[in-house]
Design a protein around this ligand. Structure first.
Ligand code: WTA
Length: 652
């Protein structure tokens, strides 16, 4: 077994490849020629995409102005209206009767919005916001459940040129307050509550608490009635959506805004310190979002039914639930609730009901479904599915194979899409009609995107050596900065390597040139001088039949620098297995090599996850190093850490 002391070792071997089915490749939206065209003249390629996919009010004069790098200007001189692109133009083209949104509420209520209806709703909301004093350049905070009004609110802001800041509905009053203050929002759009896990879950009280924390710039709070629960109302500040938006005029003439006009701010869940307000602008963002959505998901808007399970509180919900699918005139499902309410087959029931053809979700959800068992999805007709997407973290080969076999009927191509809040749109991903996919690899940069894997000094690395993922050329949907903090923007992303964007992810290339992500560089461990990736060991653990889920951390160790500590959730059928922890150590040793064997394997019943499903390894590291557990306020379920401590006490 090869060992390598220079780079991150990724010794997990994966030789399976899955070429696209022939008929799929023949009819695919994107062919291999896209790579060639982009390579011949990258800027001309993007200019062509911008003109083909987007309707400009005034055409642009220059594709890219990089003279003030790292502050980019794309499609300079062009003007456009994003809401016009996402709704009006489809109605003008005669597609007003096409369904834009099939909304499925958690309690089972449904609502269908055609493009014509969506246009009216967005226009009414834009008129209502304008009547509250919202104008181009103002900021609006959106704190809503996953209901159509969330999409309508975002588009209404875009229509007016107001910059939205969507705050995930699961965030606390404190988090909402800091985001409102940082963005100096004028209006907050919220709801009385939303449905979660079978019950109404209040939202408005968090807005009240946030606004009571300090004097803010907020003048009005617009409240959607979703659950009908008792809601306190401040008559001088609060307004009901149905009293202000419903009676507003559905006529609203969209105005064109500069290509670089700020479209939204989205705060990233920073690992430490103050959250970063990632700023995205108009023309470049919409171009790359639409381009990637069309080509990576093989979108055929007249027949596909697309479903992205992300919440609008995250970048995936912004780019691949609101902006790209609507800019492309797609029909999509929007689901309000959790995958297991009222039962663990809910998602698959939705796929069957709407005959979903393209599903875009996250590895954590796939692993949960895998844990619940094949028999659940097998009860439903999933044969409509023809493209499966994954995003958010490296997908373990086992979970990938399960997704393909059980959900994709062993034929639907899987697109493992790598990108970030900062990149705005997909950057690295297979093209489903072109790429022979490999379980666990995001594979290669999309046409028009230039990335590399480099060492500490920024030098390109040879194959099979782990290093840092960088983006070498500006891209249309790149972040334009951190709201109010240009220095932090430069320091965080542009100062590690001269002239390159530092993504913060570890990666390696294999002998085919395909990229494998190794997790965040802060999750890379150093054991006896060997750099090991947490993800790689997690994948090895999950490939054992007894393991449902695993999280690995590097804990400080006197002799080896760091030691591998694994937290595992066992499948219920293996919960009582004798000697399982030793068996798992051996298994990792076998899969990867002795160096990767966990020093300790701790069996737990839950793992600490953020609300977006990322495992908070920092907290596990505290446990592994016998420290007091640090700030756990961004956990989806804050009781998980207590549960883990209890498990471990019992086990020892
Ligand atoms: C990780 C989510 C491997 C990565 C769109 C990145 C991935 C961070 C993948 C961004 C993937 C996302 N393979 N890792 N396909 N997709 N990541 O800002 O570490 O919430 O830096 O954006 O997620 O997370 P963010």
């Amino acid at each position: 077994m090869a060992e390598d002391s220079k780079g991150v070792s990724n010794l997990l071997h994966e030789n399976r490849t899955f070429p696209p089915p022939e008929d799929f490749a023949r009819e695919a939206v994107a062919g291999a020629d896209l790579y060639e065209r982009a390579q011949q003249d990258r800027l001309a390629f993007w200019a062509e995409q911008a003109r083909e996919l987007i309707s400009w009010e005034r055409d642009f004069e220059q594709t890219l102005d990089w003279s003030e790098a790292p502050f980019a200007k794309w499609f300079v001189g062009g003007t456009l209206n994003v809401a016009y692109n996402c709704v009006d133009r489809h109605v003008e083209a005669g597609n007003g009767e096409r369904v834009a949104i099939h909304f499925e509420g958690e309690p089972g209520d449904t609502r269908t919005l055609t493009y014509a209806q969506l246009k009216d709703e967005v226009s009414k909301a834009a008129n209502a916001l304008a009547s509250l004093g919202v104008a181009a350049g103002d900021r609006v905070a959106i704190y809503l459940p996953m209901i159509p009004e969330a999409v309508i609110s975002m588009l209404a802001c875009a229509r007016l040129g107001a910059t939205h800041s969507v705050v995930f509905g699961g965030f606390s009053a404190d988090a909402l307050h800091s985001r409102i203050v940082d963005a100096e929002a004028k209006v907050v759009i919220t709801a009385d509550g939303g449905y979660r896990r079978g019950k109404p879950s209040a939202l408005k009280p968090a807005v009240d608490a946030a606004l009571a924390k300090s004097e803010t710039t907020v003048e009005k709070v617009l409240v959607v009635q979703r659950t009908g629960q008792d809601t306190e109302f401040d008559e001088s500040r609060d307004l009901w959506w149905h009293e202000v938006v419903d009676p507003a005029s559905p006529e609203h003439t969209p105005q064109g805004f500069d290509s670089e006009h700020p479209l939204f701010i989205l705060y990233t869940s920073g690992t430490t310190g103050k959250p970063k307000g990632i700023l995205h602008t108009t023309g470049g963002y919409l171009t790359q979002a639409a381009f990637t959505h069309k080509n990576v998901f093989d979108l055929k808007p007249e027949k596909d039914v697309y479903w992205c399970t992300a919440d609008i509180g995250w970048i995936t919900g912004h780019s691949y639930l609101t902006y790209a699918p609507l800019a492309n005139g797609a029909t999509q499902v929007v689901y309000e609730g959790t995958p297991d309410t009222p039962h663990r087959g809910r998602w698959w029931e939705i796929v069957e009901k709407y005959k979903v053809t393209i599903l875009y979700t996250a590895p954590t959800a796939i692993r949960a479904a895998m844990k619940w068992g094949d028999d659940i999805p097998e009860k439903y007709d999933l044969s409509s599915l023809r493209v499966l997407g994954s995003v958010g973290e490296p997908i373990n080969p086992e979970a990938w194979m399960w997704y393909r076999r059980v959900i994709g009927g062993d034929k639907a191509p899987i697109v493992d899409t790598w990108w970030q809040t900062e990149t705005g749109a997909l950057m690295i991903s297979p093209l489903p009609g072109v790429t022979a996919t490999k379980p666990g690899s995001a594979q290669r940069a999309l046409p028009g995107i230039v990335v590399d894997v480099v060492d500490d000094a920024g030098q390109p690395l040879e194959n099979n050596v782990g290093g840092f993922l960088v983006v070498k050329e500006p891209w249309p949907s790149m972040l334009r900065g951190i709201w109010g903090d240009p220095q932090r923007f430069k320091d965080t992303y542009w100062s590690t390597f001269e002239g390159m964007y530092f993504a913060g992810d570890g990666a390696r290339r294999d002998d085919d040139g395909d990229i494998w992500f190794l997790g965040r560089v802060d999750d890379v461990m150093n054991v006896s001088g060997h750099r090991l990736s947490t993800t790689e060991i997690e994948s090895a653990l999950v490939s054992h039949p007894a393991v449902a889920e695993a999280a690995v951390v590097g804990a400080a160790d006197e002799t080896t620098g760091q030691a591998v500590v694994a937290f595992v959730i066992l499948r219920s059928s293996h919960a009582e297995d004798e000697g399982i922890t030793e068996a798992l150590r051996q298994h990792v040793g076998q899969e990867i090599g002795p160096i990767a064997k966990p020093k300790r394997v701790l069996v737990v019943s839950e793992l600490p996850k953020t609300r977006s499903g990322k495992i908070m390894r920092r907290l596990l590291r505290d446990v592994a190093e016998n420290r007091e557990v640090g700030d756990a306020t961004t956990l989806a379920d804050s009781s998980v850490m207590d549960l883990i401590q209890e498990n471990l006490k019992k086990g020892s």
